[in-house]
Design a protein around this ligand. Structure first.
Ligand SMILES: Cc1ncc(COP(=O)(O)O)c(C=O)c1O
Length: 379
């Protein structure tokens, strides 16, 4: 089926007893069993819940995976996937990944005997050079947060496969509407459903979608054993959000392109990072592996003071962490989302004190541009 049809119908079967068209929120911790040794498919709600199952079925279809598992946050999903590596294993990671992923790997898993190589995955040869005999998986984020750089998923997947490693792609920014990593050679897709998938800034959640049943079996085992499950209500919110994902992403992107174009005309802005701009170094790659460029833009105002003035002057754009909601959110990566990355490393990556990130919402774009214009006047 087409994307919108799947988004609305996959996993969203009418409820068996009443025919309710919206999957009910099964707010229960356990299920009565008709007799000893026999149950109706559900035993205990950490292990399985029909609302969460509906979302998992929906996401598996949208990402073209064999199965999906939903978690209490994007980080919980990434933590579950990370258990594929054990002490003595090696993992290659995009050096320009979400700060929380960097923190999880460098501050927690590194202490448990897993070795990490953080490399610039814009150039696939860096992945090739970093691969070792014990490389268990390669973790990619594309486009990256907040520098909007891309990595060539098919090229890196071929390198990883040749070395016997799996490829995990964080598809939070693009969503399956614009990019399907499993079709490009990846083995597992992770999401912070908190962002575009839910889309309304009212739920925190995560998902891991596996290409094979075998991988899903392990992720499902961890989901149940470690227990960081998505609640029934949050599962319902994300299911509901996904029904409008296609129309939201179209509007997000149209607004994103217009805002990016506007920002490039502003003399106070030194650089605009957006894969949809023809001068983005990976614009051609974006056209090849993505169906659209999304709505995440970063731009550099040259100093912390200038960024502070702009962020203090915006009225419609809301200053806050997170992204992917219908409302435009604007943030300062160096002190907010990426504060956990050491300063020298941040500067090397381009996460400078003057960098501002904007998650363009679906408001009327003229209002967004007018707001940015008046805020730039204060810089
Ligand atoms: C690309 C990316 N991956 C993962 C996460 C973590 O997700 P969560 O905040 O839902 O744990 C985030 C959060 O900002 C993110 O931007």
């Amino acid at each position: 089926m087409g994307f919108s049809t799947d988004a609305i119908h996959a996993g969203n079967e009418p409820e068996a007893t009443t025919g309710a068209v919206s999957v009910p929120i099964f707010q229960t911790s356990t299920y009565v069993q008709p007799e000893l040794g026999r149950h109706k498919g559900y035993e205990y709600a950490r292990t399985g819940n029909p609302t969460r199952r509906a979302l998992e079925e929906n996401l598996a279809v949208l990402e073209r995976g064999a199965a999906a598992r939903c978690f209490a946050s994007g980080m919980a999903a990434i933590s579950a996937v990370a258990t594929l590596a054990k002490a003595g294993d090696h993992v290659v990671v995009s050096d320009n990944t979400y700060g929380g992923t960097f923190r999880l790997y460098s501050k927690i898993l590194a202490h448990m005997g897993v070795e990490f190589a953080f490399v610039d995955t814009r150039d696939s040869r860096n992945v090739e050079r970093a691969m070792r005999k014990n490389t268990r998986f390669v973790h990619l984020e594309t486009p990256t947060n907040p520098m909007m750089s891309l990595c060539d998923i098919p090229a890196i997947a071929a390198i990883a496969k040749a070395g016997g490693a799996l490829v995990v792609v964080d598809n939070t920014f693009a969503t399956p509407y614009f990019q399907r990593p499993l079709e490009l050679g990846a083995d597992i897709v992770v999401h912070s459903t908190t962002k575009f998938l839910n889309g309304h800034s009212d739920s925190v959640g995560g998902a891991a979608i596996s290409k094979t049943q075998e991988l899903d079996e392990w992720i499902g085992f961890v989901q149940n054993a470690a227990g960081a499950i998505l609640s029934p209500f949050d599962s319902w919110l994300v299911l509901r959000g996904i029904k409008t994902l296609a129309v939201r992403m179209e509007r997000h992107e149209a607004n994103g392109r217009a805002v990016a174009r506007f920002l490039t005309t502003q003399p106070k802005i030194r650089k605009v990072y957006y894969p949809g701009l023809p001068d983005h170094p990976q614009h051609a790659l974006a056209g090849k592996q993505m169906r659209g460029f999304g709505a995440m833009i970063s731009f550099d105002l040259g100093s912390y003071e200038a960024a502070g003035r702009l962020l203090g002057a915006v009225r419609l754009c809301s200053l806050g962490e997170s992204l992917g909601g219908v409302e435009t959110l604007i943030s300062h990566p160096a002190t907010m989302t990426h504060a956990s990355i050491p300063e020298a490393e941040r500067n090397r990556l381009g996460v400078t004190p003057g960098l501002v990130r904007i998650s363009v919402g679906i408001e009327d774009v003229a209002d967004l541009i007018a707001d940015l214009e008046q805020a730039l006047a204060a810089v």
